[in-house]
Design a protein around this ligand. Structure first.
Ligand code: C5P
Length: 303
């Protein structure tokens, strides 16, 4: 009789858009204080953890060739940190089924880190308290805690200190650009553009939080704000054409998602989403589009 195949654990994890990204001055540690209103959207990666000899990573999906398969991948670092904390060897194969745009400003790498953490915790039967998982997430990166919890939240500090916020449901179109943008490069450009001017302390907008809670798409459209957008546009001026194409096609508003270069368009309903996505694709100002809804749950183990 042959041995049963080793059981794997699969975790599904959402992408995010920042409906408000208020950025303060650079801190002595190089990070920036943020008031970051995160919203999880229904674009997902899936990470499967399977017992293995040593730590290996595989990735499938249309942009799999852009995903690093070494220890720089946040999924690998998550497995290493969790194993070290538990006194185990990180003997696991992590397979990433990639659907979130790579280096796109939608926290795809962070999502894989959070998913790998939960998948390994489940595979190894550790039952680590969620507070400890969140600490490991914060060590992995500023956006990783939000990828674990999902929904809608205000992130302060460098984005890792989360307070849940209320959110009604919204419809989105994402325009995926050719190539990625480096988050550190976008923050450096923010500093360069801000040089010589006082940068106010970042604060969440009460009007935006009220619009988010109410589910009123017009009110949310009027309050969407991303302080990194001028920096992303400075590094990638063509994104202005994508933003114009989306709003001309009937989106209520458009903005750069996080550090970009993905652009996010808020639309009224599923019909408007299809219309805006088709117009964006026909405009030739983006590589492809994705339609999604929000909010979406955080990382979850699939049955
Ligand atoms: O936290 P994470 O590793 O994702 O951050 C990547 C980079 O983005 C940092 O090294 C820093 O350059 C920039 N960053 C920042 N302020 C933040 C978050 C990220 O300057 N709050």
């Amino acid at each position: 009789m042959s041995a049963a195949p080793a059981a794997g654990v699969t975790v599904r994890v959402p992408a995010k858009v920042n409906v408000q990204l208020a950025v303060g001055a650079a801190r002595p540690d190089g990070f920036h204080d943020l008031a970051n209103v995160f919203l999880a959207v229904s674009l997902h990666d899936e990470v499967t953890a399977t017992p293995a000899d040593g730590l290996t990573i595989g990735c499938t999906g249309p942009d799999a060739d852009q995903v690093p398969l070494d220890r720089t991948n946040l999924a690998a670092r998550a497995a290493e940190l969790l194993a070290a904390r538990a006194g185990l060897a990180p003997d696991v194969h992590l397979h990433i089924a990639k659907s979130i745009p790579v280096a796109g400003g939608m926290a795809g790498g962070s999502a894989d880190g959070a998913a790998a953490l939960l998948a390994c915790d489940t595979l190894w039967g550790l039952d680590t308290p969620v507070e400890d998982l969140l600490d490991i997430c914060a060590e992995l990166g500023s956006d990783v805690p939000f990828s674990l919890v999902g929904g809608a939240a205000l992130g302060t500090g460098r984005g890792e200190l989360l307070t849940p916020v209320e959110a009604g449901s919204f419809h989105w179109v994402f325009a995926v650009a050719d190539g990625g943008l480096s988050t550190p490069a976008v923050f450096r450009e923010f500093d360069r553009l801000a040089a010589g001017r006082p940068v106010p302390a970042p604060e969440a907008s009460p009007a935006l939080l009220a619009a988010l809670a109410s589910g009123d798409a017009d009110a949310l459209a009027a309050t969407l704000a991303n302080d990194l957008q001028p920096a992303a546009l400075s590094l990638r001026p063509q994104l202005a054409q994508t933003l114009a194409a989306g709003t001309e096609a009937g989106a209520l508003a458009g903005l750069v998602s996080g550090s970009g270069p993905t652009t996010a368009f808020l639309v009224r309903d599923p019909e408007a989403a299809l219309k805006v996505a088709a117009a964006l694709e026909a405009s030739g100002t983006c590589r492809t589009t994705r339609v999604a809804t929000s909010p979406s749950p955080g990382a979850v183990v699939l049955p």
